[in-house]
Design a protein around this ligand. Sequence first.
Ligand code: AMP
Length: 464
Amino acid sequence: MTTFNTLALKPALLDSVETLGYADMTPVQAQSLPPMLEGRDVIAQAQTGSGKTAAFGLSLLQTLDADTIRLQVLVLCPTRELADQVSKAIRRLAINIPNVKLLTLCGGMPLGPQLASLTHDPHIVVGTPGRVQEHLKRGSLHGGGIKVLVLDEADRMLDMGFSDAIDDIVGRIAKHHQTLLFSATYPQEIRAVSQRLQKNPVEVTVDAPANEVPAIEQRFHEVEPAQKIDALAQLLSGERGADVSGQQALVFCNMRREVDAVALELDRRGFSALALHGDMDQRDRDEVLVRFVNHSCSVLVATDVAARGLDIVSLPLVISYDIAHDPETHTHRIGRTGRAGQSGLAITLCAPRERPKALNIEELNGTPLAWRPLKVAPQRSKTLHLAPMKTLVIDAGRQDKLRPGDILGALTGDAGLAAKDIGKIDVYATRAYVAISCSLAAKALERLRAGKIKGRSFRVRPLG
Ligand code: AMP
């Protein structure tokens, strides 16, 4: 066991680690933190859930000098969702260091407010490569003082075509900086990026110990394409012996239009299902994620790209409506379940013509796939499978100095709800979301509209 206080970390950071309740370092942290703190470049193979964010977060905060007002740390992430999570994690770790300014800069968001917040350089920028590149080019961001560059989920960034943007960014920032590269996989392209951008890096690979391998059960069903939607509805409703009903599920499709079609059909059949894909605007994507994470949507139908960066701690069920094009994508999909030591079920629907892709997965796994018969019957009656919560949107957020506690206070105080009926509360810059038990959502809405939050009246409406 390795404890954090064996490291030469600032007391403020050790305090944060203690407040967060991290007793021991995770394997990635134990191996990567010592060289990172020495200032070495590090390339680490680390999945989501390995504690990688805290690993680079602690190291970059150790290097940061909060008294010097200039951009010192740049963290590049593949998606806005991941950038938001990383920002949150770094903010939590920095809570005991006064005056740390962190800014999240992502594409898909209007440029104007970003330019307005860049009148003074932040210490840390977390963002997606395209938008960060644009700010560096415009001169709205100054890279000359950057001491640490983090490439998080580097393999995903390459998949998404950010390679040139990353190279361009590196050409625009201080020549001497530490480069920390985190990637779930090490394809040749990642090695090439490391060779281009890193100096004599320390390589960290962590094999999950046998007893920590999550218990993911996989099942494969051969289903004719025309029967897939019935098969999916049947599995989700727990009919015919499927033991998965009532659980939250993430359903993957290979094509965006299929995502829409499947989500629509599930909705028609009484499921609270939503679609998530890259054609949607950022606000809609955010709202879909909020609703899924706070349990006011039970089935999320997504493309692989859209599901990246989705941080859901324990998802009991993942279904591939189409089999993934390649075995690596399949592995990513099933890795969405069985996290944090919980068991999970990954079901793949495979049309006869998709068989060759299943064989590729079998080859990669080195073990026979678990094919199970599935008798598909068309659904006769519509049964409602509603989500347990409903989401309300308040048209006010951090800019109005609104905090989760204010919303909780307004609901439990004036509105008379019990804390147990209130779920997750998310406060964004101009908007806040709160999950309420379905049966009490109408009452909560009525009371919030009639009463006040922090002495002020805001617009409140139900989502969906
Ligand atoms: P990540 O791999 O960065 O997505 O982190 C996965 C989760 O592990 C996050 O919820 C962290 O808060 C948590 N975590 C990170 N480091 C530790 C630690 N040393 N002990 C316990 N939990 C941790």
